[in-house]
Design a protein around this ligand. Structure first.
Ligand code: UDP
Length: 443
């Protein structure tokens, strides 16, 4: 293939669901800023690319390229958020292979979402290094890398309360907290993907992740002994924050009107809407407690929340479809984050120093929840794993108006400081990013 000029070209494969492609694009954006003689092709579904490549700013040498989404003609998104993912996985890796072939380009390196274990083989065929980016935390990664070992030790579908003493740093983690697909639900295509990822990552050239070494030193050490060039480069959002123009609903101004650590902020990320009875229970708890609340709400508020709720809580509640979450969590008025424990949300809560009430749903969220509650001790899992009015009220009171809550705020403050230090000019994440940069520029 003819090379246009002496510039190097990196292919990037994004995973187009949940909050995966956004942090990968942020990484590529920073790499491209630091390496002006590099071009990047960002292979992703057209829909996911459209939502991110809005204004040209900062993306000059990053070309969005489309891969097939695998959806059947006329497909409409229903209640099950996993459905489009399953169709998409059926189309991989063929969709990436054809998109690369159609581009007619020769690449010098391959950076992919870590989920894409098949990229190892493609990188070998292209004779280039493969750098996967894992967008969740170190514990989830260790569970995936050690899946075969964990299955050999505790079996599949065994009791859920067995603790994992044999895994470094996991003595407070029970088998039921492990990511789906590790020891339960092992037959799904997604479980297969995760298992293969765990087997393939030790053969990558380097593994980058959106976390920092000090967050979980024992687990990070265990990972370093299993993976080549493990590079914790986060919380990367501190290096590449979202555009500042996004507070269209005036959340920050609203927060300004409330006392320090008084507001409950609620969000379940970009995919999840809790089931109706849980939404109702949470709403009732919010109504009964005196605390003000800001709710990033997906869906029709009038239909999904109790009748009259909006009217009755208008003095103390603000419900909007989207908030600038990083800034909301960094606002001094926010006292607690009711969250599904997606990794980006956990990172942002740490950056804001805000304790969490956790209601995990799927993927590695339960593991994050258990870690927040039992290892870091700056949050609680919702009692019984699902919202009830009483459970939610108890958790809110515990964090917003008890001594224990204060202690949790102090504990998360310690990790917040470490996160900022890691991203400082002489911090560990900065050193790791520089290593990654050097690795890439040597290609
Ligand atoms: N987010 C946001 N505003 C909202 C809700 C979510 O900016 O109103 C962002 C949040 O800051 C985070 C991401 O969406 O970066 C959610 O990522 P996470 O990994 O927590 O959950 P996922 O979307 O993958 O389920």
């Amino acid at each position: 293939v003819h090379r246009e000029n002496a510039q190097k070209h990196i292919a990037v494969f994004a995973f187009p669901f949940a909050t995966h492609a956004v942090p990968l694009l942020a990484l590529v954006q920073k790499l491209s800023e630091s390496a002006p003689d590099f071009n990047f092709s960002f292979f992703n579904t057209a829909q996911s690319n459209q939502s991110m490549f809005t204004k040209g700013n900062g993306f000059e040498r990053i070309e969005p390229r489309s891969v097939e989404n695998g959806l059947p003609e006329g497909f409409r998104i229903g209640r099950n958020p996993h459905e489009p993912v399953e169709y998409f996985l059926k189309a991989t890796p063929g969709n990436y292979r054809s998109a690369v072939a159609e581009s007619g380009l020769t690449f010098d390196g391959l950076i992919t979402d870590a989920f894409y274990w098949f990229a190892k083989e493609m990188a070998e065929e292209m004779r280039v290094p493969w750098v996967p980016y894992f967008t969740a935390g170190p514990r989830a990664l260790l569970a995936h890398v050690d899946t075969d070992n964990i299955r050999a030790r505790i079996g599949i579908n065994g009791p859920e309360d067995e603790t994992l003493e044999f895994l470094p740093g996991f003595s407070a983690i029970r088998s039921g907290d492990l990511p789906e697909g590790t020891v339960s639900g092992v037959d799904s295509p997604f479980a297969t993907l995760l298992q293969k990822m765990g087997q393939m990552l030790p053969h990558a050239s380097a593994v980058a992740m959106n976390s920092f070494e000090e967050i979980d030193p024992i687990v990070v050490q265990a990972l370093k002994s299993r993976l080549p060039n493990l590079l914790n480069i986060g919380p990367f959002i501190l290096k590449c924050p979202p555009p500042s123009s996004s507070d269209i609903h005036g959340c920050l101004e609203w927060l300004d009107q409330h006392p320090t650590s008084s507001v409950t902020y609620i969000s379940f990320g970009s995919v999840i809407t809790p089931p109706p009875h849980e939404l109702k229970a949470l709403a009732e708890a919010l109504e009964e407690c005196e605390f003000p609340f800001l709710w990033s709400f997906r869906g029709n508020v009038e239909e999904m929340l109790p009748e009259g709720f909006l009217e009755r809580t208008k003095e103390k509640g603000l419900i909007v479809p989207w908030v600038p979450q990083l800034k909301v969590l960094a606002h001094p008025s926010v006292g607690v984050f009711v969250t599904h424990c997606g990794w980006n949300s956990v990172n942002e809560s740490i950056i804001g120093g805000v304790p969490m009430i956790c209601r995990a749903f799927f993927g590695e969220q339960k593991l994050n929840q258990r870690t927040v509650e039992a290892v870091w001790e700056f949050g609680v899992a919702i009692e019984g794993g699902k919202f009830t009015k009483n459970g939610a009220m108890e958790a809110l009171k515990l964090i917003l108006s008890s001594e224990k809550g204060k202690l949790m705020r102090e504990k998360i403050g310690v990790l917040k400081k470490l996160a900022f230090e890691a991203m400082d000019t002489d911090g560990s994440s900065t050193a790791n990013f520089n290593f990654l940069m050097e690795f890439i520029t040597k290609l």
